[in-house]
Every structure is written in structure tokens, then in C-alpha cells.
Design a protein around this ligand. Structure first.
Ligand SMILES: C[S@@+](CC[C@H](N)C(=O)[O-])C[C@H]1O[C@@H](n2cnc3c(N)ncnc32)[C@H](O)[C@@H]1O
Length: 227
């Protein structure tokens, strides 16, 4: 018997497929990246195609020249974002898992983006100081999509490395609605709630969050602009 949850998810997936069918063109490099991720056994926790294009559009809208991504996985969102860079722009993506970084480098290379993308291996809280020391910022857009309990730390780093007017985007902040549950003890949900608290307490940020539904379920993005 189908539950309401399965029927609802089916509807969200159908509408996502409709959106992709109307507004996204077939894309050999992105499709191959997802195939290689699956073949290598990577978890299917990349952004959806429609969400990837949303990130791409955000980066294009602000004419991003320097993008920092925290959490590469197989490079699917990396490719979407790197394609939005202005001529001569650079994207640095931080990834803790050596296998993920290896698969991502292959996907980025096949997409023809190796010259504009660097994937830096290591836990982000350990590699972020080197991003600063190497003078790779200030960044126009920072996409936070790694281990959720560290979100408040990533937000602090994002603020440190952002230029005035930069966008900070953080994925998976709604968590099936659990973010609004003050009694939750789930570490990822607490990471999302602490991120909201940190954003709310930061006078330099103007922010909102958007709930999303689709092929990847019910979740959402926080989006903040640095004043
Ligand atoms: C949700 S996935 C990223 C998805 C990717 N942004 C996309 O949409 O294609 C999260 C990634 O963060 C990585 N990660 C987890 N903890 C990390 C850490 N402390 N530092 C850097 N990366 C980390 C995981 O290995 C995983 O590849």
C-alpha cells in the first residue's frame, strides 16, 4: 500500500522531472559525473539538477569571480558553479574524503574545468586557514554543503573570507522540517539550528531561507548577503 509520504515524494519527483525536462538541457559532463559518482559508490547526496542550476544562476547574477565551496562530493555542484564563473575566475572546493576528491577531479576534468577549479583535500576546518594564507579570497560566493554540525564554524569562516556584497549559501538547512523542532537532538538538525542562530546574531548578514521540495525530498537553502 502506498503511504501519503510515498505519494507526496512521487509528486515532488514528477514535478522536478517536468522542470528539468522544460528548463534544463541534456548535459553530457553533468550526466557523466553522476554516473561516475554512482559507479564509485559515492552517496547520492549531491544537489538536484534544478538546484544545481539555481546555484549556477545565483553565481551568474552576481558575476562571481571567486567561489569557495565547502563539501565537494563528486563535483556535481562544483561543475554547475564553476561554469558560472566570469572569464579568469577560480573556484576552490574543499573535501575531506580522498575518494570523493579523486572522483570529483575526474568529473571536473571531463567537464573541461580543471584550469579554473582546485579541489583541496582535507577537513575543511583544517584547510580553510590555508585558503586564507594562500590569498585565494576574498570570495564572491561561498557554498556550504559539508558536515552539518560544523555549519556555524563554516559560517564564521565564510564571513572572514567573503567580500562585502558576497553571497553565502548553505544547503540542507530545513531537514524534513526538523529545523523547527526545538526538542531535536539530531546533530545535523542542531547544526542547522545553530547556523540560523549565528546568522540571526550577525549584523553584517541580510538573510532568508527557502524551503525546497523535489527529487531530493524536503529540505532547503539558507541564503545570506554580506553587507
Ligand atoms: C552533501 S555532500 C556535498 C555535495 C556537493 N556539494 C554536491 O552537491 O554535488 C557533503 C560532502 O562533504 C564532505 N565532508 C564531510 N565532512 C567534511 C569536512 N569536515 N570537510 C570537508 N568536507 C567534508 C563529504 O565527504 C561529502 O563529500
Amino acid at each position: 500500500m502506498q503511504t501519503i509520504a510515498t505519494v507526496t515524494q512521487q509528486l515532488w519527483s514528477n514535478v522536478d522531472a517536468y522542470i528539468v525536462g522544460r528548463l534544463l538541457r541534456p548535459d553530457a559532463a553533468l550526466d557523466a559525473a553522476l554516473k561516475d559518482n554512482a559507479a564509485a559508490g559515492l552517496p547520492q547526496i549531491d544537489v538536484s539538477p534544478a538546484q544545481g542550476k539555481f546555484l549556477h544562476l545565483l553565481a551568474r547574477m552576481i558575476g562571481a569571480r571567486r567561489i569557495l565551496e565547502i563539501g565537494t562530493l563528486g563535483g556535481y555542484s562544483t561543475i554547475w558553479l564553476a561554469r558560472a564563473l566570469v572569464e579568469g575566475g577560480r573556484l576552490i572546493s574543499l573535501e575531506a574524503d580522498a575518494k570523493h576528491a579523486r572522483v570529483a577531479r575526474g568529473n571536473v576534468e571531463r567537464a573541461g574545468l580543471s584550469s579554473s577549479v582546485e579541489i583541496r583535500l582535507g577537513r575543511a576546518l583544517e584547510t580553510l586557514p590555508s585558503v586564507e594564507a594562500d590569498g585565494l579570497g576574498p570570495f564572491d560566493l561561498i557554498f556550504i554543503d559539508a558536515d552539518k554540525p560544523n555549519n556555524p564554524h563554516y559560517l564564521r569562516w565564510a564571513l572572514r573570507l567573503a567580500r562585502p556584497g558576497a553571497l553565502i549559501v548553505c544547503d540542507n538547512v530545513i531537514r524534513d522540517g526538523a529545523v523547527a523542532d526545538a526538542a531535536s537532538r539530531d546533530a545535523n538538525t542542531l547544526g542547522a539550528r545553530e547556523l540560523f542562530d549565528a546568522i540571526a546574531a550577525e549584523p553584517r548578514l541580510t538573510a532568508t531561507a527557502l524551503q525546497t521540495v523535489g527529487a531530493k525530498g524536503y529540505d532547503g537553502f539558507a541564503i545570506a548577503m554580506v553587507d
